[in-house]
Design a protein around this ligand. Structure first.
Ligand code: PMP
Length: 356
């Protein structure tokens, strides 16, 4: 006899960073922004009304605001519930070839989960020994390409010249660049969407705009790509964007100076953190994101991760081949990072004294 269990979709889900249920923690494990959203966002909460009604299914006010911000047409913008939603829909919309899609072996660990969920064949291309993407690996025929720039969890930025090279070798498939962390000092590939109608740029309000809890992501690309996304979304769930997030997202885009100021503080703290980590015996690729991916010359990453956790300091550890000696450390406020560095100093100095 057949059981319903035989027909169950079996998947291994993505594991997000731990969200500890405690107040006084130093939380450096989910690449969240340590600063609050712009004051205009907090103020706009008063404007949230009509919750009785369905929201605008086309999210037109937010689409217009994003298009205006980037100097694009509204028909070149698609919005979703965080960039995870936008990326998942993009997989569903664009990756329908029987050839394998390509992405790096060390990258955002949701990509293989979506590929498995949607039964998309994929090939993970090994980063080189310095964790750089080898563009030549993406030359052969494939079913599409996706990678984050800067890459996560390495923080390494790919320069535009190499992105152009990758695009020139992939004119017949959709290339998705996940720019979740681009605002922290990277050069965006956005200007290339006019030249390459198969290039989709995906962004988020979660990191640089301090709005992870609101869930807003968006995609920018040619009108044909955006139409494709809207059709698939409209075949899945009409009302993805709730009314409060439409209002709050629009408000965030109006406060450029606060946004720039927050980014500047995070970048300054990141550069300070890099110096401190070097002093303490860590090495890391040069990050242009709001995190540093660091490995200690002597002490196993897992031990540091566990000792920090006991002190209510949360960083991210991935027990995976090639990266199990690394910690991904989100850049918090300067005060948080000073406390983290104090912990490291104490831990690394006293590791053999039985204190930990
Ligand atoms: N892309 C990358 C590379 C990420 O690290 C994240 C954060 N987990 C996301 C996309 C998704 O972020 P969100 O859904 O909050 O926009």
């Amino acid at each position: 006899m057949q059981s319903w269990r035989d027909n169950l979709r079996r998947v291994t889900p993505y594991v997000p960073g731990e969200q500890p249920d405690k107040k006084k923690v130093i939380k450096l494990n989910a690449n969240e922004n340590p600063y609050p959203p712009a004051p205009a966002v907090m103020k706009a909460r008063e404007k949230i009304r009509h919750l009785r009604r369905y929201p605008d299914p086309t999210a037109s006010s937010l689409v217009r605001a994003i298009a205006g911000y980037h100097g694009l047409k509204e028909s070149q913008v698609f919005v979703g519930v965080g960039s995870d939603d936008v990326l998942a829909l993009s997989f569903l919309t664009f990756f329908n070839s029987d050839k394998a899609i390509c992405f790096p072996d060390i990258t955002y660990s949701f990509y293989d989960v979506w590929a498995d969920l949607f039964r998309i064949p994929y090939e993970q291309k090994a980063l080189d020994e310095r964790f750089h993407i080898r563009v030549e690996d993406y030359y052969p025929e494939n079913g599409g390409v996706i990678f984050p720039n800067p890459n996560a969890p390495t923080g390494i930025l790919m320069p535009l010249s190499r992105i152009r090279d990758l695009l020139d070798h992939n004119r017949d498939v959709v290339v998705i660049i996940d720019e979740a962390y681009i605002d922290f000092g990277g050069t965006s590939a956005l200007p290339l969407i006019d030249e390459y109608d198969n290039l989709l740029i995906v962004r988020t309000f979660s990191k640089s705009r301090s709005m992870a809890g609101v869930r807003i992501g968006y995609a920018l690309g040619s009108e044909d790509l955006i139409r494709g996304l809207n059709d698939v979304k409209g075949s899945f769930n009409s009302y993805t964007m709730n009314q409060p997030s439409l209002v709050l997202g629009e408000a965030s885009l109006k406060e450029e100076s606060y946004f720039r100021d927050t980014l500047r503080k995070i970048i300054e703290t990141r550069e300070w953190l890099k110096e401190e980590l070097l002093r303490l015996g860590f090495c890391f690729p040069d990050s242009k994101a709001n995190f540093v991916f660091a490995s200690h010359s002597r002490v196993p990453a897992r031990d540091i991760f566990e000792a920090a956790r006991k002190k209510d300091i949360y960083v991210r550890y991935f027990d995976r081949p090639r990266i199990d000696q690394y910690l991904r450390i989100t850049v918090g406020t300067r005060e948080e990072m000073e406390l983290f560095v104090d912990f490291l100093e104490d831990y690394l100095f006293n590791i053999n004294t039985g204190k930990f």
